[in-house]
Design a protein around this ligand. Structure first.
Ligand code: ADP
Length: 250
């Protein structure tokens, strides 16, 4: 009698977990503002797939559709046509509340202008998103302190934005963005208001979070030396992705 062969080592297909969907999948995304003769086509059919852990720079001239695309990625706007899937979920099928939860739980935002609350300490600024999540005070303090430490601001917790330099304010904003441990950070010209040295410090921080924690980053920038920190550069032109390729190495 022939006994069945003993099972061999599983092949790669058997060992690999079920393929995860891409973190972001934009398919044929169009965004039209207004209608009729006044219609303005901000995006004209954008296909874009981002894997978990990528660091992508978004470039392109003013008016090319970068902000519109970032607003859609950030669930702040919805496409006129086409689809946006985030971690496999079709964002277009979510209710307004569900989109707000997705923003709160999975996305972090950093802006050119820091957008911190004035007359509010660095610690309280960083705690704010945790309040929205309903965390208790002790855990909020601990996590906010940890996030401020991660951006090099231990000892500055009680300072208000006016008492901090621009670079420090942007660090607080980054701490506020990462304290919720988002899957994706959307950064809109994060170094735009900083001098070159401060800008590179901010990029070193972002690169570290991307490399060490697998944080996916999508960053709009006009500066080639800032884009060079990303591993991929997506260029917009007239509402379309004109080029998509490997970034430089900074
Ligand atoms: P970028 O960020 O690359 O400068 P935007 O996404 O802001 O480009 O804009 C793309 C196009 O859409 C531009 O022509 C802009 O004028 C237009 N646009 C953006 N927002 C609006 C709006 N709320 N209403 C009408 N047109 C808009």
């Amino acid at each position: 009698m022939i006994s069945p062969a003993p099972p061999g080592p599983p092949g790669p297909a058997a060992r690999a977990p079920a393929a995860a969907p891409p973190l972001v999948a934009l398919a044929g995304v169009t965004r039209v503002y207004g209608s009729g003769p006044a219609a303005m086509w901000a995006l004209r059919g954008v296909d874009l797939t981002l894997r978990q852990g990528e660091f992508v720079a978004v470039m392109g001239p003013s008016g090319s559709g970068k902000s519109t695309c970032m607003n859609i990625l950030g669930c702040l706007d919805t496409p006129t046509a086409g689809s946006y899937r985030f971690a496999g979920v079709d964002v277009g099928t979510l209710s307004r509340d569900q989109r707000a939860y997705l923003r709160r739980d999975s996305l972090g935002f950093v802006f050119q202008g820091f957008n911190l609350l004035a007359r509010t300490s660095a610690l309280e600024n960083v705690e704010l998103p945790l309040i929205y999540r309903g965390l208790q005070a002790a855990e909020r303090h601990e996590r906010a302190r940890g996030a401020l430490a991660a951006v090099g601001l231990t000892g500055w917790e009680d300072h208000t934005p006016a008492e901090l330099s621009g670079g420090q304010q942007q660090r607080v904003a980054i701490a506020r963005a990462i304290v919720t441990r988002p899957a994706m950070l959307l950064a809109d010209e994060p170094t735009g208001n900083l001098d070159s040295a401060r800008g590179h410090e901010i990029m070193a921080l972002l690169t570290g979070f991307n490399r060490d924690q697998g944080l996916t980053i999508v960053m709009v920038t006009h500066e080639a030396d800032i884009a060079a920190y990303a591993d991929r550069v997506v260029r917009f032109m007239d509402g379309r992705v004109e080029a998509d390729g490997a970034g430089g190495s900074a």
